[in-house]
Design a protein around this ligand. Structure first.
Ligand SMILES: Cc1ncc(COP(=O)(O)O)c(C=O)c1O
Length: 408
């Protein structure tokens, strides 16, 4: 007889750039009983989830649903379904995740064009329009919040530019949705995708997506239904979408009234996504964004109160993450490890040119909370001092409390 110990994860306060600690009610929803794929409870829960996410995205788009998989599943589904091999895609790059969009478009055999600005900046709308005129792409693929640099790319003017030039407009809002303004219809988005593990306060593994009628038209023009469930009139387009799992046409037919079998919807993730949206909408979309803004401002004031520098154009910083410059000569990775070992608090490392230069500290979803902000700053002050930095006593907590005090 062998006895295998049950899984016993340590208690952690996840204050990195995501994943973050999920809302308790999301975790409870995930342990709800499973039902069959076509149980009326399940199909009702799917329809209900679509209704809730229309409000989260601020859209009337009928085609608003979940792609099973992490956020990059949503990205891959959107790009691969919207772009035919050989078509041009324009990707403005201002951090790691712009490179990811370009990489995915390249694998979809698109002709990919990029424009880049240095990390820590956003891309001016005029530079995007100039590139659209020059490249004449089918699709503009633009990250909203890039956690690698903490920048929040303004999207509000881009939809009108895309419409003027007949370009489809897709945005990756994985890291920003729910904690920063996002107006799918008002900003003229044709497609947008996200993940649960950032401001929406769930685990990773489900990607909310919304598609405009114009995007659905493109997807439908590339329609194909699998043999075995194909019915009379289901013509297959010659340029059908070259992925089965991420074929948005087939996923739409599964979520829609035809209920055509595709994958088996990930039931526990559906429950999680539904509850994450319910938490946000019950508190109020604007109230949740304001809570993220306040927690972000408090964390920003706190790290500055500890005498630390902040990377990037702070005027364009996402509400939910800050890139904190590691003091010269301080052992950044060891200090981060001490935050975890001694306090159970995870803060983030960083990628590429910023690795070793900044830590990324997140305040999002369930953890966009005053106590989480203050606890993190108190622990950080202690760790900084132990690792040899000179820090003002109580400067972090005081800085954050001033912001919370001013907001009352
Ligand atoms: C902007 C952005 N896009 C895409 C991703 C990839 O998400 P996932 O790991 O859920 O696939 C991330 C993850 O941090 C992100 O921040």
């Amino acid at each position: 007889m062998s006895s295998i110990a049950p899984l016993d994860p340590p208690a952690r306060l996840l204050m990195g750039p995501g994943p973050i600690s999920a809302y308790p009610s999301v975790l409870r929803a995930m342990s709800s009983p499973l039902v069959g794929q076509y149980d009326p409870f399940m199909t009702d829960a799917m329809a209900d989830t679509q209704r809730l996410y229309r409000q989260v995205w601020a859209t009337e788009n009928e085609q608003t649903f979940l792609v099973d998989g992490t956020s990059r599943a949503g990205i891959e589904a959107a790009i691969t379904s919207l772009v035919r091999p050989g078509e041009r895609v324009l990707v403005p790059v201002f951090g790691r995740f712009g490179h990811l969009l370009a990489e995915i478009a390249e694998r979809a055999l698109a002709e990919v064009h990029t424009i880049e600005v240095p990390w820590g900046q956003v891309v001016p709308a005029s530079a995007i329009e100039e590139a659209i005129v020059r490249v004449r792409p089918t699709l503009l693929a633009l990250v909203q919040g890039d956690t690698s640099t903490t920048m929040n790319q303004p999207l509000d003017e881009i939809g009108a530019i895309c419409e003027k030039h007949g370009v489809l407009f897709y945005s990756d809002a994985t890291a920003s949705l729910g904690g920063n303004d996002f107006e799918a219809d008002a900003w003229g988005l044709d497609a947008a995708t996200a993940g649960l593990q950032k401001c929406l306060g769930g685990p990773s593994g489900s990607s909310p997506i919304t598609l405009s009628d114009r995007a659905v038209e493109v997807i439908r023009s590339r329609g194909r239904v699998e043999a075995g469930i194909r019915e009379e009139g289901d013509e297959s387009a010659s340029d059908f979408i070259r992925t089965n799992y991420f074929d948005l046409g087939m996923i739409i037919d599964y979520w829609g009234p035809r209920r055509l079998n595709h994958h088996t919807e990930a039931t526990s993730m559906l429950y999680a996504a539904r509850e994450a949206a319910a938490v946000l909408l019950n508190e109020g979309r604007d109230a949740v964004i304001a809570r993220h803004r306040l927690a972000g401002d408090a964390m920003l004031a706190g790290v500055r109160g500890l005498g630390l520098g902040v990377f990037g154009d702070v005027a364009h910083k996402m509400n939910n993450v800050v890139a904190v410059e590691i003091p010269e000569g301080l052992a950044g990775d060891a200090a981060r490890q001490a935050m975890l070992d001694d306090f159970g608090i995870e803060i983030g490392t960083s990628f590429g040119p910023l690795h070793g230069r900044v830590w990324r500290i997140g305040t999002m979803g369930y953890n966009a909370r005053r106590d989480a902000v203050l606890t993190t700053l108190a622990a950080l002050e202690h760790v900084l001092r132990r690792f040899g930095a000179k820090v003002p006593q109580g400067g972090g907590v005081e800085g954050a409390l001033d912001v919370y005090g001013a907001a009352v």
